[in-house]
Write a protein that binds this ligand. Sequence first.
Ligand SMILES: [Zn+2]
Length: 162
Amino acid sequence: MQTRIADYIPSNSPAFSQRLFDFIGIRHFTFQEVLYHNTLEDIPVPLWFNILPTLWLLDELRSDLNEPVYIVSSYRSPEYNRKVGGKSGSLHLSFNALDCIIKNYSSKEYRLVADLLKSCDLDFFGLKIKDSSLGIGLYPNFFHIDTRGLLGRKSPSFWIEK
Ligand SMILES: [Zn+2]
């Protein structure tokens, strides 16, 4: 049986999650926003920390933009990924990717978001987050980010879907 982080910490405890995010330094997103439609029990423990560098990057972007950023997809189980037509190697399966929208942004503005992400040079507790580590996908009304290079996946990757 797979070990799950929910076996170790209080399930979906707001106090725990807030303390964790305060500790890491996440300023703009709540635990619930990051889980999106999942509960903690849905996400296998070995994947759990995969999201943190991506979230760190998104938090930085949120500060730079000074606009609310809404997470519209995070972890996907293999079944759910198939259902929504996700790619078989999707970083959502590894809980490393986030899809996000910014209200009233057009594809032109999402391109500027991509440029901003590509200029990143962050240090996440010793892990360097640079454009060479990223996956960035632009869609007509949302964008995708992941930090695939930090998982040892081929990077960078940049794509635009019409
Ligand atoms: Zn995505």
